[in-house]
Design a protein around this ligand. Structure first.
Ligand SMILES: *Cc1c(COP(=O)(O)O)cnc(C)c1O
Length: 419
């Protein structure tokens, strides 16, 4: 459920008229609904109630805007981070360090040191080599790093190849069969305190079966580690649950179904659970509003050319992702069109020969479900400044990231001294 609804024939974000908002902030812009973010967080909390006192560490990479993180931090969310930049964002947004988890396959020594000095809760480490390095960095600082080993359970998540992370050939985690030896070795390293196991097999999962298979392997590993005399306090079950993008596709499992499955599989584990949802919380809470520049009759199809492009919303060209496309003031007619941006790439296509609301030059169009992996993946390709991000709260709104100017964009370049 989200708070983007038609009122008097115009799409609103909560109580804010998107035509009026576009007139104020220009297009394209991302628009986030704080009520939707809050609602989704509470739905996740509710689904995971009955699992003790789990830490819900929002995966910052899905949408790292400070206002988004702060909205969640105020509800008690932690943060799952993958760089020192994300850790700094989480802290700046008000997430206490003891709720911050540092994941990622390529943490540098500098990042490790900075994170240790910030006093974050835990490092999810992804190789024996990383364990040795982190121990050295921690020992050098006179600290101990609490670590969970991210294991690779060799499970096919059944999602797009570019967002599958739990197969043996993926770069993530250590092969689950090597985990007992890695854990035992970590126990002997002076700078480490091994506290648990982590797993994350991919994103936009449409079925619980691969998650359940991965969690069962984690459960068996925990039992094996304990039998070998190791202490295991934490199981971090990652994120990855899918959300509906295309109404014609089957619905992904609900958070409640996910929670029930986790409860069944983790019964008797006797650990504190951590979850790292990203998309599930913010995906449906954001849209990208764009204006039609013109329509164009092509050789084989009608084109609708909008002022947003693949540099603003990469998912369709990167993942073949489907975003619902709606007119902000629908005319009660539809048309079949290919919706494209202005960037000089054939991949700059949002929809191919799709039946969409009929639109004309100057009309506003919304790409729905763009709150996750939208603005955060934007680039300035074709010298297009990063677009504005706006958060709505009831009838209030705020520009939570103003549009980049051409001066911001071009002014960062330097002409080499010999030119
Ligand atoms: C990206 C990521 C997540 C969040 O994934 P979603 O599909 O957005 O829930 C969680 N944990 C890790 C380690 C990740 O890399």
């Amino acid at each position: 459920m989200d708070h983007f609804q038609l009122r008097n024939g115009v799409l609103h974000a909560e109580d804010v008229d998107l035509e009026a908002l576009a007139a104020r902030v220009g297009t394209p812009f991302y628009c986030y609904s704080s009520a939707t973010i809050e609602r989704h967080f509470r739905v996740v909390q509710e689904a995971l109630s009955g699992l003790g006192d789990p830490l819900i560490a929002y995966a910052v990479k899905a949408n790292p805007n400070l206002s988004v993180i702060r909205t969640l931090a105020r509800l008690g969310a932690g943060a799952d981070t993958v760089s020192i930049g994300e850790i700094e964002r989480a802290l700046a947004a008000g997430v206490p360090p003891e709720r911050i988890v540092f994941s990622g396959v390529g943490k540098t020594r500098d990042e490790m040191a900075a994170a240790l000095l910030k006093g974050i809760r835990q490092f999810n480490i992804e190789s024996e080599e990383e364990a040795v390095e982190l121990s050295a960095v921690a020992a050098g600082l006179g600290r101990t790093a609490r670590v969970a080993f991210r294991v690779n359970p060799d499970v096919d998540a059944g999602t797009h190849a570019k967002i599958s992370t739990g197969k043996a050939e993926n770069k993530f985690g250590i092969p689950i069969g090597r985990a007992p030896a890695a854990y035992a070795q970590a126990q002997t390293l002076p700078g480490l305190d091994p506290v648990g196991i982590a797993v994350h097999i991919g994103s936009q999962l449409g079925s619980l079966a691969p998650l359940e298979a991965a969690f069962e392997r984690v459960g068996a590993l925990i039992a094996e580690l304990r039998a070998a005399g190791h202490r295991v306090e934490i199981a971090d079950l990652g994120g990855g649950l899918g959300i509906p993008y295309d109404p014609a596709q089957p619905l992904p499992p609900s958070p409640a179904d996910y929670g029930a499955m986790v409860k069944r599989v983790t019964a008797g584990w006797d650990v504190r659970l951590i979850f790292e949802p990203g998309r599930l919380i913010v995906g449906n809470a954001g849209i990208l509003v764009t204006r039609v520049i013109r329509t164009k009759r092509g050789g084989a199809t009608e084109f609708v050319i909008v002022d947003a492009a693949m540099n603003d919303l990469l998912r369709p060209s990167l993942y073949d992702a489907w975003h619902d496309i709606r007119a902000v003031r629908p005319r009660a007619e539809t048309t079949t069109a290919t919706v494209v941006g202005p960037v000089c790439e054939t991949g700059d296509t949002f929809a191919t020969r799709r039946t969409v609301d009929a639109v004309e030059a100057g009309d506003l169009v919304a790409f729905m479900t763009a709150g996750a992996y939208g603005a955060t993946m934007a680039s300035t390709y074709n010298s297009r400044p990063l677009v504005a991000e706006v958060m709505v709260h009831g009838a209030d709104w705020a520009e939570v990231r103003p549009r980049e100017t051409l001066e911001d964009l071009i002014g960062r370049d330097r002409i080499a001294p010999w030119l």
